[in-house]
Design a protein around this ligand. Sequence first.
Ligand SMILES: [Cu+2]
Length: 168
Amino acid sequence: MGSVGKAAFSTILVLGAITGVLVYYLFTEATPVAGKVISPFRENITASSGSSSGSGSTAKVPIDESKYATKVAIQILKGAAVQGNPNFDPNPAQASSDALITWTNNDEVPHTATSGTGSSDTASGKLFDSGIISPGDKFSVPASQLGPGEHDYYCQVHPYMKGKITIQ
Ligand SMILES: [Cu+2]
C-alpha cells in the first residue's frame, strides 16, 4: 500500500466515523418521546371521534330505538355469505311508516344492507346504506326515511344477497 493508499484508507476511516456520529445523533433526535411532538401534520383527536356507537355504523348518529313503538327486525342469517343460501329474513319484509327497521348480522362475516338492486343501480345507497355490519352487529333505519312503497336492497359484499322491504 503506497502513501496515497494509506491517506485514502485513513480518510475513509475518519469519514466513516463522522458519518456514524452524525447518524447516531440525527436518528436519536427522531426517536419518539412521550409529550414531544415534532410532526407538522399533528392533529389532536377528540375522545368522541372513532368511538363505536354500537349501532353498527360508526359514521352515523346513533338511533334512539326507544322512540319507535313499532320495530321490524330483519335477520342476516348465518351462512348468508354462501351464494344460494337464504340470506335476509323475512324477505320480503313489511313495515309501517312509523317503524324502525333493524338488520342484525347473525353471520360470521361482514355484510351490508344497501338500498338499490345492486352496485350498478344508479340509486344504490341513496335511501340507506349500512356500511359494513360486523358479525353480531346491527344497523337501523327509520321506515320514514325510505318512504312508502317497495324498496330493493342488497349486500355490497355479496351482491347476490338481495332483499325487499315494503313500507305501508
Ligand atoms: Cu353479504
